[in-house]
Design a protein around this ligand. Structure first.
Ligand code: THU
Length: 129
């Protein structure tokens, strides 16, 4: 089944609107498409300690796992600024935890977008096997 990117992007944009980013003012929204077609969203949630901040992508993955999903097909990530930001290294590793490769669409509300495969963004992901 093909990926309905407009729907996934709309979910990411809605999540970006819920971002809590008073320190950086860099708002990020993510929408994760699970194997069964469910969309789970996340936003960045910052903290006064800075280090306790959680990125949008990890918020989405952790919410999905808590809801019983461990297989993912794609993620759409929307960032602030002129160029789409790509998931940080920690988020790439967290996405890679769930095995199969996936499409990663990074975009801005202004229309810039770029699609990657997770394996492009994180070749040689760490595994314990
Ligand atoms: N951020 C994300 O949500 N995802 C990323 O992949 C990179 C960075 C957030 C964390 C922080 O709230 C803000 O963007 C600035 O780093």
């Amino acid at each position: 089944m093909s990926i309905d990117w407009p729907v996934l992007k709309a979910a990411a944009l809605a999540a970006q609107g819920r971002a809590y980013a008073p320190y950086s003012d860099y708002k990020v929204g993510a929408a994760l498409l699970t194997a069964d077609g469910t969309i789970v969203t996340g936003c960045n949630v910052e903290n006064a300690t800075f280090g306790a901040t959680c990125c949008a992508e990890r918020t989405a993955v952790f919410s999905a796992v808590a809801a019983g999903h461990q297989s993912f097909r794609a993620i759409a990530v929307v960032t602030t600024g002129a160029e789409p930001g790509t998931p940080c290294g920690i988020c790439r590793q967290v996405l890679a935890e769930f095995g199969s490769d996936m499409d990663v669409l990074c975009f801005t509300p202004d229309g810039a977008e770029q699609v990657y495969r997770l394996s492009q963004l994180l070749p040689f992901a760490f595994t314990l096997t």
